[in-house]
Design a protein around this ligand. Structure first.
Ligand code: PMP
Length: 356
C-alpha cells in the first residue's frame, strides 16, 4: 500500500538546483577563486580551530564576526546578519519579503536562485528583462517597482552571468521610487572598479540591503559564509526566519580570520582582475566570439558556433565551464570563470583549436 502522502504541492515539478558539478582538471565553472586561501590565513585558522570546543553550540548570530564585518563596512552590528553562504540569506529574504500576495521584481538573465526561491515561497515573480545587450532597462524597473505591489527587487551587481554593474544613480532612483526592499546582490563586487558598490547609499536608505559573500574574492566557497548589510528592521525580521545555528562555529572562526587578514587577499583580487582583462582580450581575438565586458571574476562569451558543442569540446580537454545556452537571452553563451594564468592559457588554447 502506498502510505506516503504527497509533499507540499509547490514542490511538484521543481528541479533541484544543479550546479553542474563535474570533476575536471581546470574547474572554471563556479566563479570560485581557483587558488586556495593564503597560507598565513590557513595557519591562523588551524590554530584557532584547534582550540575550539566542538561540544558547544556556536554563537547563534555570530556576533564577533558581525562586529568585525560592521567595523570593516562602517555600519553597526545591528545592520549585519551572517548566513550559511549568501544562498541562505537569499532564501530567508524570499520568505520574509515574499510569500502569498507579494511579488519579487526580477531582472533576468540573472542568478536563477532568486526565481526558484520565489516559487518555493509562493511569491509571484514579475520580470523586467535586461535588454539584448544585457543593460538594465532602468526606466521600466523604476516604474514597475513604484507601482506598490512588489515586496522585493533584486539587482545583481556585478550581474551573474553577464558581469554588468548597476549604475549608482539608477540604484538611488530605484530606492527613492519604492518602499520595496531593494536587494543589491554584490557577491562579486570586490572584482569591480572602485566606487561600484552601493554601500555609500546605505545610511540614507532603509530599504537598501546589500548581499556580500566570502565565497568569491575571499576564497571560502567550501566554508559557506555570506552576510547581508541591511537596516536593523530587516535584520530583525530575518532573525525570525533563519535556522538558529545555520552558521557553524568553525565557519565563524575561519571568516573572522579572513576579515582580520583581508589585506592578504588584495593581491589575488588584483591578479584576477588583470587576468580577466587578458582572458577577455585573447578570447575576443578568436573568430566569431563576442566577449561581454565584465566587472566580475568571470566572462560571458557568446559564440556564433553552437555553445553546447563547444562546452563538450572543452570538457573533453579537461576544462569545465558553464553553458547558458538553454536560456534564449544567453543563447550560445558560455560563462567562463577567471582562473590562474595557466588555466586561462589552457582555456584560450582549447577554444582556439575548437574554433579553427
Ligand atoms: N549571488 C550570486 C549572484 C551568486 O552568483 C552566488 C553564488 N553562485 C551567490 C549569491 C551565493 O553565493 P554563496 O552562497 O556561495 O555565498
Amino acid at each position: 500500500m502506498a502510505n506516503l502522502r504527497e509533499a507540499n504541492a509547490r514542490l511538484a515539478g521543481v528541479e533541484p538546483y544543479d550546479p553542474k558539478y563535474l570533476p575536471a582538471q581546470v574547474m572554471v565553472s563556479a566563479n570560485e577563486t581557483t587558488v586556495d586561501a593564503p597560507d598565513e590565513v590557513r595557519r591562523a585558522v588551524a590554530a584557532r580551530v584547534g582550540q575550539m570546543p566542538f561540544n558547544r553550540y556556536p554563537d547563534p548570530l555570530a556576533n564577533d564576526l558581525r562586529d568585525a564585518i560592521a567595523l570593516w563596512h562602517g555600519v553597526s552590528r545591528e545592520n549585519v546578519i551572517c548566513g550559511n553562504g549568501g544562498d541562505e540569506l537569499l532564501f530567508d529574504l524570499a520568505y520574509a519579503w515574499g510569500g502569498e500576495g507579494n511579488a519579487l521584481l526580477n531582472v533576468p538573465p540573472t542568478f536563477s536562485v532568486y526565481a526558484a526561491n520565489a516559487h518555493l515561497t509562493g511569491t509571484k515573480v514579475v520580470e523586467v528583462p535586461r535588454r539584448a545587450d544585457f543593460s538594465l532597462d532602468e526606466e521600466a524597473i523604476v516604474e514597475r517597482a513604484g507601482r506598490g505591489d512588489v515586496g522585493m527587487v533584486v539587482i545583481t551587481s556585478p550581474n551573474n552571468p553577464t558581469g554588468d554593474i548597476a549604475p549608482l544613480g539608477f540604484v538611488e532612483r530605484l530606492l527613492n521610487a519604492t518602499d520595496a526592499l531593494v536587494l543589491l546582490d554584490e557577491a562579486y563586487i570586490e572584482f569591480a572598479d572602485e566606487g561600484a558598490s552601493s554601500l555609500p547609499l546605505f545610511a540614507a536608505h532603509e530599504n537598501l540591503a546589500i548581499l556580500h559573500t566570502f565565497s568569491k574574492a575571499y576564497r571560502l566557497a567550501g566554508v559557506r559564509m555570506g552576510y547581508l548589510l541591511a537596516h536593523e528592521r530587516v535584520v530583525c525580521e530575518l532573525t525570525k526566519v533563519r535556522q538558529p545555528y545555520s552558521v557553524d562555529a568553525v565557519s565563524q572562526a575561519i571568516a573572522l580570520e579572513v576579515v582580520k587578514h583581508r589585506e592578504a587577499f588584495e593581491e589575488g583580487i588584483a591578479r584576477t582582475r588583470a587576468e580577466r582583462d587578458r582572458l577577455a582580450q585573447a578570447l575576443a581575438a578568436l573568430p566569431s566570439t563576442d566577449v561581454h565586458p565584465s566587472q566580475a571574476n568571470f566572462l560571458c562569451v557568446r559564440f556564433e558556433a553552437d555553445a553546447g558543442a563547444l562546452w563538450e569540446g572543452l570538457y573533453e580537454r579537461g576544462i569545465l565551464v558553464r553553458d547558458f545556452s538553454a536560456n534564449p537571452a544567453t543563447r550560445n553563451c558560455l560563462r567562463i570563470s577567471v582562473g590562474t594564468p595557466e588555466e586561462n592559457d589552457a582555456v584560450i588554447a582549447a577554444l582556439e583549436s575548437l574554433l579553427s
